[in-house]
Design a protein around this ligand. Sequence first.
Ligand code: CIZ
Length: 312
Amino acid sequence: MKWTQKSQEKYNQDLKNKIAELKKKRKAIIIAHNYQRPEIQDIADIKGDSLALSRAAAETDKDVIVICGVRFMAESASILNPDKKVILPVVEAGCPLADMINVDKINELKRRFPDAPVVCYVNSSAEVKAVSDICCTSSNAVEVVKSLSAERIITLPDKNLGLYIASQVPGKKIIPWEGFCPSHVRLSREDVLLAKKLHPRAKFLAHPECYPEVLELADGVCSTKQMFDYVASSDSQEFIIGTEKGIIHGLAKEYTDKRFYLASEHLICADMKLTTLGWVAHALEFMKYEVKVPEEIRNRAKKGLDRMLEVK
Ligand code: CIZ
């Protein structure tokens, strides 16, 4: 068969119909991150950042939660919903940033800075959350740190997010871990200056996982959710976006009268792009791949997530 745009559309529509049928049969909810492929965002019941995903997972009355994202997101859903089946369609969808820290390294930090609580970005494994004091996302990291009475605070695993928090909470000494997001650090100051030259009227929105010298050029430093909020309340018609490419689909779909330019074509997370319609259909048909956090780790990790959800 010759593969044309028409046959591709039919193939996708058949998969979407199958997913809708299976979703009903399984009493499932599909939750997708803002960085997912456009066609995955379009079939999701809930779409958002990690915080929205965690909240939706905590509130759903469905039996099965399909997380279209990466492993740590499915783990968070499992931590908050021990009695539900949490499914990650692509078993190897991980997060290189999350893999840059582990329990031994945190224990070493705690030995060096015994008075400093550990604030752990949700982009981390369940084991890492279990030995941290409180979690945060890129939406609420500054508020979470402000909510703590300690003067010295360890933030992990993303160094740039730690440096950004430090710039916003000057009264505290932030001790950031050295991790980084391989997608966001590919955005250079030169990329942004070029994009600004090409689109002089556009506002530049940057994710806090970008380097400080990139954030210096930003009109807004925003999580993905905050980028939606910024665009909604801005009079500007054009925006240069400094985060993963997937968000452009959601922004362009929601704000049809505004224009969005990706700050660099390198802003792509390969793990986020692994989930396809085919894998979601497979996940619902065969209930694969279940992510279940062991009870002992879950109990400890949940405390940090609950504490975060209380802050904001
Ligand atoms: O917090 C998240 O979900 C991430 C990884 C990015 C963002 O800002 O949404």
